[in-house]
Design a protein around this ligand. Structure first.
Ligand code: AP5
Length: 209
């Protein structure tokens, strides 16, 4: 299976990706946000360039992100399929992905759009906490962590109310215009992202079947 998880910041893409991987363990999870945060942590040239864009809630330039994904897709763990999370995020990224897939002789099966209204997003983003040891995602209110790990959880630098506004604005202006590209190919499945994560997971599985 080759799919894209699409949706606004805080829609639950990372949360649902973890659940999807439990049911589809043979496919690779390619999150551009995770890849860019790893580059920032490692202090690579890419990480240094990406950091200021990410902190401000801006998009990282297309050329940097496209190269990152196209190289990553060549690794053997993508042969059985992959789930792109947070990519493509602009029309030029979608076009570059299309070209890379055509060169590789493969195509996408699904684009799953997790829909959550803007007014719910700020709470989801500002309450998010990440476990740096396992990458698990929690929420102070909606998905509280076990007490024994609560002290080691961290908050992302871009999870402020201010950066969230900018990320949402970018989603509407730069990212949603990607959808008609895939709607034309009959790949888009809209899923209601409001409700418990387990309910959203069931809706996604239904959309994929
Ligand atoms: P990225 O890491 O991709 O962030 P994002 O798309 O903004 O998405 P998030 O990770 O914020 O949210 P999510 O949908 O994964 O939600 P989650 O499951 O964590 O990108 C970060 C930055 O990197 C970008 O701003 C940009 O600068 C750069 N970047 C990345 N890709 C790029 C690209 N292709 N081009 C250019 N720049 C790029 O859930 C959020 C919270 O809600 C959690 O606390 C969770 O516990 C909770 N939650 C989840 N589901 C539910 C539910 N059903 N009900 C209640 N709470 C829920």
């Amino acid at each position: 299976m080759r799919m894209i998880l699409f949706g606004p910041p805080g829609a639950g893409k990372g949360t649902q990706a973890a659940r999807l991987l439990e049911r589809h363990p043979d496919i690779a999870h390619l999150s551009t946000g995770d890849m860019l945060r790893a580059a920032v942590r490692e202090g690579t040239d890419l990480g240094k360039l990406a950091d200021r864009h990410m902190k401000a809630g801006d998009l990282v330039p297309d050329s940097l992100v496209v190269d990152l994904v196209v190289e990553r897709m060549k690794r053997p763990d993508c042969e059985a399929g992959f789930m792109l999370d947070g990519f493509p995020r602009t029309v030029p990224q979608a076009e570059a992905l299309d070209e890379a897939l055509a060169r590789a002789g493969i195509s996408l099966d699904h684009v799953v759009v997790i829909e959550v209204p803007d007014e719910l997003i700020v709470d989801r983003i500002t309450g998010r906490r990440m476990d740096p040891d396992t990458g698990a995602i929690y929420h102070t209110k909606f998905s509280p962590p076990p007490a024994e790990i609560a002290d080691r959880l961290v908050q992302r630098k871009d999870d402020t109310a201010e950066a969230c506004k900018s990320r949402l604005a970018k989603y509407h202006s730069e990212t949603t215009p990607v959808l008609p590209f895939y709607e034309g190919q009959g790949l888009v499945r809209h899923v209601d992202g409001v409700g418990a994560p387990v309910e959203v997971a069931v809706r996604i599985e239904e959309a994929l079947s």
